[in-house]
Design a protein around this ligand. Structure first.
Ligand code: MG
Length: 301
Protein backbone atom coordinates (compact mmCIF):
# COMPACT_ATOMS: atom_id res chain seq x y z
CA UNK A 1 0.00 0.00 0.00
CA UNK A 2 2.84 2.37 0.89
CA UNK A 3 4.39 1.61 -2.50
CA UNK A 4 1.05 2.33 -4.21
CA UNK A 5 0.65 5.55 -2.30
CA UNK A 6 4.13 6.65 -3.31
CA UNK A 7 3.50 5.93 -6.98
CA UNK A 8 0.16 7.77 -6.87
CA UNK A 9 1.89 10.73 -5.26
CA UNK A 10 4.64 10.45 -7.86
CA UNK A 11 2.08 10.71 -10.65
CA UNK A 12 0.24 13.71 -9.22
CA UNK A 13 3.33 15.58 -8.02
CA UNK A 14 5.11 14.70 -11.26
CA UNK A 15 2.27 16.31 -13.20
CA UNK A 16 2.27 19.37 -10.94
CA UNK A 17 6.04 19.81 -10.99
CA UNK A 18 6.38 19.33 -14.76
CA UNK A 19 3.49 21.73 -15.24
CA UNK A 20 5.03 24.34 -12.91
CA UNK A 21 8.42 23.96 -14.59
CA UNK A 22 6.89 24.74 -17.97
CA UNK A 23 4.32 27.33 -16.96
CA UNK A 24 6.47 30.36 -17.68
CA UNK A 25 7.20 29.09 -21.19
CA UNK A 26 3.66 28.00 -22.01
CA UNK A 27 3.21 30.09 -25.12
CA UNK A 28 6.84 30.25 -26.23
CA UNK A 29 8.41 28.42 -29.17
CA UNK A 30 11.23 25.94 -28.70
CA UNK A 31 13.66 28.51 -30.05
CA UNK A 32 12.37 31.29 -27.78
CA UNK A 33 12.74 29.01 -24.74
CA UNK A 34 16.35 28.22 -25.61
CA UNK A 35 17.19 31.84 -26.23
CA UNK A 36 15.61 32.94 -22.93
CA UNK A 37 16.68 30.07 -20.66
CA UNK A 38 19.70 28.50 -22.35
CA UNK A 39 20.27 25.18 -24.08
CA UNK A 40 18.76 23.07 -21.26
CA UNK A 41 15.67 25.20 -20.89
CA UNK A 42 14.21 25.66 -17.42
CA UNK A 43 15.96 23.38 -14.93
CA UNK A 44 14.54 24.52 -11.62
CA UNK A 45 11.15 25.40 -10.25
CA UNK A 46 10.26 29.06 -10.52
CA UNK A 47 9.16 31.04 -7.52
CA UNK A 48 6.28 30.69 -6.94
CA UNK A 49 5.97 27.22 -8.51
CA UNK A 50 2.36 27.37 -9.64
CA UNK A 51 0.84 24.60 -11.73
CA UNK A 52 -1.76 25.34 -14.38
CA UNK A 53 -5.21 24.24 -15.45
CA UNK A 54 -3.65 21.01 -16.74
CA UNK A 55 -2.91 19.80 -13.22
CA UNK A 56 -6.09 21.32 -11.82
CA UNK A 57 -8.22 19.29 -14.25
CA UNK A 58 -6.14 16.14 -13.65
CA UNK A 59 -6.72 16.53 -9.92
CA UNK A 60 -10.44 17.02 -10.60
CA UNK A 61 -10.52 13.68 -12.43
CA UNK A 62 -8.46 12.04 -9.69
CA UNK A 63 -10.91 13.32 -7.05
CA UNK A 64 -13.83 11.91 -9.03
CA UNK A 65 -12.10 8.54 -9.42
CA UNK A 66 -11.14 8.35 -5.75
CA UNK A 67 -14.80 8.81 -4.91
CA UNK A 68 -16.57 6.77 -7.59
CA UNK A 69 -13.92 5.09 -9.75
CA UNK A 70 -15.12 1.60 -8.85
CA UNK A 71 -18.71 2.35 -9.85
CA UNK A 72 -20.30 2.26 -13.30
CA UNK A 73 -19.68 4.83 -16.02
CA UNK A 74 -22.84 6.81 -15.20
CA UNK A 75 -21.70 7.37 -11.60
CA UNK A 76 -18.11 8.07 -12.64
CA UNK A 77 -19.17 10.73 -15.13
CA UNK A 78 -21.52 12.32 -12.62
CA UNK A 79 -18.55 12.64 -10.26
CA UNK A 80 -16.35 14.00 -13.07
CA UNK A 81 -19.05 16.53 -13.99
CA UNK A 82 -19.26 17.69 -10.36
CA UNK A 83 -15.50 18.05 -10.02
CA UNK A 84 -15.16 19.85 -13.36
CA UNK A 85 -17.94 22.29 -12.43
CA UNK A 86 -16.23 22.90 -9.08
CA UNK A 87 -12.98 23.63 -10.96
CA UNK A 88 -14.83 25.87 -13.45
CA UNK A 89 -16.04 28.14 -10.63
CA UNK A 90 -12.88 28.00 -8.53
CA UNK A 91 -11.18 31.37 -7.99
CA UNK A 92 -7.96 29.57 -8.91
CA UNK A 93 -9.28 28.76 -12.36
CA UNK A 94 -7.32 31.69 -13.76
CA UNK A 95 -4.31 29.85 -15.22
CA UNK A 96 -4.98 29.89 -18.95
CA UNK A 97 -7.82 27.36 -19.02
CA UNK A 98 -8.66 26.08 -22.49
CA UNK A 99 -11.71 27.53 -24.16
CA UNK A 100 -12.90 24.09 -25.23
CA UNK A 101 -12.66 22.75 -21.68
CA UNK A 102 -14.62 25.72 -20.37
CA UNK A 103 -17.31 25.35 -23.03
CA UNK A 104 -17.76 21.62 -22.47
CA UNK A 105 -17.97 21.99 -18.70
CA UNK A 106 -20.42 24.91 -19.01
CA UNK A 107 -22.57 22.75 -21.29
CA UNK A 108 -22.61 19.97 -18.70
CA UNK A 109 -23.44 22.40 -15.93
CA UNK A 110 -26.39 23.64 -17.95
CA UNK A 111 -27.72 20.10 -18.17
CA UNK A 112 -26.31 18.70 -21.41
CA UNK A 113 -25.38 15.04 -21.06
CA UNK A 114 -21.62 14.41 -21.11
CA UNK A 115 -21.91 12.46 -24.34
CA UNK A 116 -23.22 15.60 -26.10
CA UNK A 117 -21.51 18.42 -24.18
CA UNK A 118 -18.17 18.37 -26.05
CA UNK A 119 -17.23 20.87 -28.75
CA UNK A 120 -17.72 18.89 -31.93
CA UNK A 121 -14.68 19.91 -33.97
CA UNK A 122 -12.21 20.40 -31.14
CA UNK A 123 -9.08 18.31 -31.13
CA UNK A 124 -7.08 20.42 -28.65
CA UNK A 125 -4.83 18.66 -26.16
CA UNK A 126 -7.05 19.53 -23.17
CA UNK A 127 -8.56 16.06 -22.76
CA UNK A 128 -5.29 14.13 -23.16
CA UNK A 129 -3.46 16.45 -20.73
CA UNK A 130 -5.66 15.37 -17.81
CA UNK A 131 -5.95 11.63 -18.41
CA UNK A 132 -3.00 10.28 -16.36
CA UNK A 133 -5.13 9.40 -13.29
CA UNK A 134 -7.34 7.24 -15.55
CA UNK A 135 -4.33 5.32 -16.82
CA UNK A 136 -3.16 4.87 -13.27
CA UNK A 137 -6.41 3.67 -11.69
CA UNK A 138 -7.37 1.28 -14.48
CA UNK A 139 -3.89 0.03 -15.29
CA UNK A 140 -5.09 -3.56 -14.84
CA UNK A 141 -8.45 -3.09 -16.56
CA UNK A 142 -7.74 -1.79 -20.09
CA UNK A 143 -11.36 -1.93 -21.23
CA UNK A 144 -12.51 0.26 -18.36
CA UNK A 145 -9.51 2.52 -18.96
CA UNK A 146 -10.70 2.99 -22.54
CA UNK A 147 -14.33 3.50 -21.55
CA UNK A 148 -13.57 6.12 -18.87
CA UNK A 149 -10.90 7.94 -20.90
CA UNK A 150 -13.31 8.14 -23.85
CA UNK A 151 -16.12 9.55 -21.68
CA UNK A 152 -13.97 12.12 -19.85
CA UNK A 153 -12.49 13.18 -23.18
CA UNK A 154 -15.60 13.62 -25.29
CA UNK A 155 -17.41 15.60 -22.59
CA UNK A 156 -15.28 18.56 -23.73
CA UNK A 157 -13.49 17.54 -26.95
CA UNK A 158 -15.63 16.02 -29.68
CA UNK A 159 -13.11 15.38 -32.46
CA UNK A 160 -12.10 11.71 -32.95
CA UNK A 161 -8.38 12.64 -32.86
CA UNK A 162 -8.85 14.15 -29.37
CA UNK A 163 -10.79 11.04 -28.32
CA UNK A 164 -7.91 8.83 -29.48
CA UNK A 165 -5.32 11.11 -27.85
CA UNK A 166 -7.11 11.01 -24.50
CA UNK A 167 -7.44 7.23 -24.58
CA UNK A 168 -3.88 6.90 -25.90
CA UNK A 169 -2.34 9.13 -23.21
CA UNK A 170 -4.07 7.16 -20.45
CA UNK A 171 -2.95 3.90 -22.05
CA UNK A 172 0.67 5.11 -22.27
CA UNK A 173 0.60 5.68 -18.51
CA UNK A 174 -0.54 2.08 -18.10
CA UNK A 175 2.24 0.81 -20.40
CA UNK A 176 4.83 2.84 -18.48
CA UNK A 177 3.55 1.40 -15.20
CA UNK A 178 3.97 -2.05 -16.78
CA UNK A 179 7.64 -1.04 -17.29
CA UNK A 180 7.34 -1.54 -21.03
CA UNK A 181 10.32 0.08 -22.79
CA UNK A 182 9.31 3.10 -24.85
CA UNK A 183 10.51 1.51 -28.08
CA UNK A 184 7.93 -1.29 -27.65
CA UNK A 185 4.95 0.92 -26.89
CA UNK A 186 3.89 2.16 -30.32
CA UNK A 187 2.46 -1.10 -31.75
CA UNK A 188 0.49 -1.70 -28.55
CA UNK A 189 -0.72 1.89 -28.51
CA UNK A 190 -1.90 1.79 -32.12
CA UNK A 191 -3.59 -1.53 -31.60
CA UNK A 192 -5.40 -0.21 -28.51
CA UNK A 193 -6.67 2.89 -30.31
CA UNK A 194 -7.33 1.20 -33.66
CA UNK A 195 -10.14 2.59 -35.76
CA UNK A 196 -10.74 5.80 -33.77
CA UNK A 197 -8.86 8.40 -35.83
CA UNK A 198 -6.62 8.32 -38.87
CA UNK A 199 -5.07 11.64 -37.85
CA UNK A 200 -4.06 10.15 -34.51
CA UNK A 201 -2.60 7.07 -36.21
CA UNK A 202 -0.56 9.28 -38.56
CA UNK A 203 0.79 11.42 -35.69
CA UNK A 204 1.91 8.35 -33.76
CA UNK A 205 3.48 6.70 -36.81
CA UNK A 206 5.55 9.85 -37.35
CA UNK A 207 7.26 9.25 -34.00
CA UNK A 208 9.03 6.16 -35.31
CA UNK A 209 10.49 8.17 -38.17
CA UNK A 210 12.20 10.73 -35.93
CA UNK A 211 13.12 8.78 -32.78
CA UNK A 212 16.71 8.32 -33.87
CA UNK A 213 17.28 11.88 -35.10
CA UNK A 214 20.22 13.60 -33.46
CA UNK A 215 18.73 17.05 -33.96
CA UNK A 216 16.07 17.21 -31.24
CA UNK A 217 14.76 20.57 -32.39
CA UNK A 218 14.15 19.12 -35.84
CA UNK A 219 12.40 16.09 -34.33
CA UNK A 220 10.13 18.27 -32.20
CA UNK A 221 9.30 20.46 -35.19
CA UNK A 222 8.51 17.36 -37.25
CA UNK A 223 5.94 16.16 -34.69
CA UNK A 224 4.24 19.55 -34.42
CA UNK A 225 3.74 22.15 -31.74
CA UNK A 226 1.40 20.21 -29.48
CA UNK A 227 -1.62 22.45 -29.92
CA UNK A 228 -3.72 19.41 -30.74
CA UNK A 229 -4.04 16.21 -28.77
CA UNK A 230 -2.31 13.82 -31.15
CA UNK A 231 0.73 16.11 -31.45
CA UNK A 232 0.95 16.71 -27.71
CA UNK A 233 0.97 12.97 -26.97
CA UNK A 234 3.52 12.32 -29.74
CA UNK A 235 5.81 15.01 -28.30
CA UNK A 236 5.51 13.67 -24.75
CA UNK A 237 6.31 10.20 -26.08
CA UNK A 238 9.46 11.57 -27.71
CA UNK A 239 10.47 13.26 -24.45
CA UNK A 240 9.87 10.04 -22.52
CA UNK A 241 11.94 8.11 -25.04
CA UNK A 242 14.80 10.58 -24.77
CA UNK A 243 14.61 10.52 -20.98
CA UNK A 244 14.81 6.73 -20.98
CA UNK A 245 17.76 6.81 -23.36
CA UNK A 246 19.75 9.41 -21.45
CA UNK A 247 18.41 10.22 -18.01
CA UNK A 248 18.88 13.82 -17.00
CA UNK A 249 21.32 13.11 -14.18
CA UNK A 250 23.73 11.41 -16.61
CA UNK A 251 23.68 13.85 -19.47
CA UNK A 252 22.54 17.27 -18.41
CA UNK A 253 24.57 19.80 -16.59
CA UNK A 254 23.20 20.12 -13.02
CA UNK A 255 25.80 19.16 -10.44
CA UNK A 256 24.93 16.95 -7.45
CA UNK A 257 24.51 20.18 -5.51
CA UNK A 258 22.05 21.57 -8.06
CA UNK A 259 18.57 22.19 -6.65
CA UNK A 260 17.14 19.62 -9.07
CA UNK A 261 18.97 16.93 -7.15
CA UNK A 262 17.56 18.02 -3.82
CA UNK A 263 14.03 17.54 -2.54
CA UNK A 264 12.35 20.85 -3.15
CA UNK A 265 11.30 22.75 -0.01
CA UNK A 266 7.74 22.91 -1.32
CA UNK A 267 7.65 19.21 -2.15
CA UNK A 268 5.85 16.80 0.18
CA UNK A 269 8.15 14.81 2.51
CA UNK A 270 9.37 11.58 0.97
CA UNK A 271 8.94 12.67 -2.64
CA UNK A 272 11.89 12.62 -4.97
CA UNK A 273 13.11 15.50 -7.10
CA UNK A 274 11.20 16.09 -10.32
CA UNK A 275 13.58 14.46 -12.77
CA UNK A 276 13.64 11.27 -10.75
CA UNK A 277 9.89 10.87 -10.87
CA UNK A 278 8.59 8.30 -13.31
CA UNK A 279 8.61 9.57 -16.91
CA UNK A 280 4.93 8.73 -17.26
CA UNK A 281 4.20 11.46 -14.78
CA UNK A 282 4.28 14.01 -17.54
CA UNK A 283 2.03 12.19 -19.95
CA UNK A 284 -1.05 14.04 -18.93
CA UNK A 285 0.25 17.56 -19.44
CA UNK A 286 0.30 19.86 -22.38
CA UNK A 287 3.37 21.45 -20.86
CA UNK A 288 6.73 19.77 -20.60
CA UNK A 289 9.55 20.78 -18.36
CA UNK A 290 12.65 22.47 -19.67
CA UNK A 291 13.69 22.67 -23.32
CA UNK A 292 10.42 21.28 -24.55
CA UNK A 293 8.50 21.43 -27.77
CA UNK A 294 4.81 21.11 -26.98
CA UNK A 295 2.89 24.29 -26.72
CA UNK A 296 -0.59 24.87 -25.50
CA UNK A 297 -3.41 26.44 -27.38
CA UNK A 298 -3.93 29.75 -25.63
CA UNK A 299 -7.56 29.44 -24.79
CA UNK A 300 -8.34 26.65 -27.24
CA UNK A 301 -7.37 23.41 -25.57
MG1 MG B 1 -3.14 24.37 -19.99
Amino acid sequence: MTENLNSIKGMIYGLAIGDALGRDTEFMSFRQIKSSYGQDGITDLPEPALFTDDTQMSVAIAEALVRDGEKDLKAIMEAVREEFVKWYHSPENNRSPGRTCLTGVANMEQGTHWSKSGVAGSKGCGSAMRSAPIGYLYQRDPEKLKQVAHATGICTHGHPAADAACIGAAYLVKLALDSLPFENMIPKLLSFTKGISGEWDDAILKIEQCLAWEDEEKAFAYLGEGWVGEEAVALVYLLGFQFQKRPLDQTRSPSPQHPLHQPHPRMAPGLRPAHRLCPEAGLGGDRCAGGHGPGSDPGGT
